[in-house]
Design a protein around this ligand. Structure first.
Ligand SMILES: NC(=O)c1ccc[n+]([C@@H]2O[C@H](COP(=O)([O-])OP(=O)(O)OC[C@H]3O[C@@H](n4cnc5c(N)ncnc54)[C@H](OP(=O)(O)O)[C@@H]3O)[C@@H](O)[C@H]2O)c1
Length: 325
């Protein structure tokens, strides 16, 4: 895979640390802004990336890339991914995929019409521990309740309170608790249960954005609650309950560091089946394989999953009057 990276921020830093363990991914180009050019060139040199650009058109025309990794602020995902697809490039797009379902559908149609890989970088779907949870579910008997709580007080919330609106809390830039943090919980539940019959979002809204919120996903025989907060902290954990036992995941639904199975009347069993300590390793290994083998069957499956998530996001935001972008 000949990769062009868009963005030089926090997630790209994590990505570059991880990608050293996947030598099949060749780092051909990186795009940053003119205002941060010095930082961009430092990142390029430190990570032996072939070329650095501050002009996207130039990157698409001159760089020797077959795949683009969109790691830009949320409101830029759609335009930058679309342009890459129009230039015949495969696209790996950071979460949340787009700001709304209509944008997602346009990208999906464009990618499939041109036989290109398009996939959302959402860690939990690719983790070994998540596959283990799927296998263990039948042991819990009749599933009843799933609860995912990802609540982490954001240092940017202080600035927000004082009137400085950074991207994470900016509706125009696709910020908010649902898009930034609760999105992992939605992927977690949808990957296990599929499409819910009803969606209810109860957000705490300040200055037109959800700083925290509770999303209820209503399935015929299972009730799921996804809690995401950037204005308060709690123990971060997820639980899955059935009439014969439960599964407990301490820590975030993006990392799923360990799975604890607690069956009624039996000793707890702990599973750790993630292939790597870095949460991004398994997803990028999978993306490399998808591109290398041009596995459009898997691409379509993953797009169906992302579409269900985008449908939920759309419904949640629309029903609570939150307007992004
Ligand atoms: N941070 C995380 O832990 C994390 C985890 C998972 C997923 N993500 C996702 O990754 C994406 C990026 O998040 P982040 O935390 O890395 O954000 P970030 O730290 O704010 O970085 C964004 C980067 O994009 C650059 N950028 C902004 N506009 C640009 C443009 N028009 N052209 C080229 N570069 C531009 C920024 O440059 P300047 O600094 O000059 O503005 C910066 O380098 C988001 O979609 C987020 O949801 C983040």
């Amino acid at each position: 895979m000949k990769l062009g990276i868009l963005g030089a921020g926090m997630i790209v830093g994590d990505f570059l640390t991880m990608v050293k363990d996947i030598p099949e991914i060749e780092l051909k180009a990186i795009l940053g802004t003119k205002r941060s050019e010095e930082k961009l060139l430092k990142i390029q040199a430190e990570n032996q990336i072939d070329k650095a650009f501050t002009d996207y058109d130039e990157l698409l025309e001159k760089a020797d890339v077959d795949t683009i990794y969109v790691a830009l602020p949320n409101h830029l995902h759609f335009d930058y991914a679309k342009k890459a697809l129009e230039h015949g490039k495969h696209v790996i797009c950071e979460k949340p995929f787009t700001l709304n379902l209509a944008q997602f559908m346009e990208l999906k149609e464009l990618a499939l019409a041109n036989n290109l890989v398009l996939v959302e970088a959402i860690t939990n779907q690719y983790l070994g521990n998540y596959q283990t949870i799927k296998k263990l579910l039948p042991e819990l008997g009749e599933l009843k309740i799933i609860e995912c709580n990802y609540s982490q007080y954001s240092s940017r919330y202080n600035a927000f309170k004082e009137g400085t609106i950074l991207p994470a809390f900016n509706p125009k830039m696709g910020g908010g608790a649902l898009m930034d943090i609760n999105i992992y919980n939605i992927h977690f539940v949808v990957g296990l249960l599929g499409k819910p019959k009803d969606v209810y979002y109860l957000p705490n809204i300040e200055k037109d954005i959800d700083t925290s919120g509770i999303l209820v996903l209503d399935y015929p025989t299972v009730k799921a609650v996804c809690i995401g907060a950037k204005d308060s902290t709690s123990e971060i954990r997820s639980t899955i309950q059935g009439n014969k036992g439960s599964i407990l995941i301490d820590g975030s639904s993006s990392t799923i560091a360990e799975v604890n199975k607690q069956l009624n009347g039996e000793e707890d069993v702990i599973y750790q089946d993630n292939a790597h300590t870095n949460r991004m390793h398994e997803e990028f290994r999978a993306f490399y394989n998808m591109v290398a083998s041009h596995d459009m069957t898997l691409v379509k499956e993953q797009l169906e999953h992302s579409q269900l998530v985008m449908e939920i996001v759309d419904q949640a935001l629309t029903s609570s009057g939150i307007v992004l972008g």
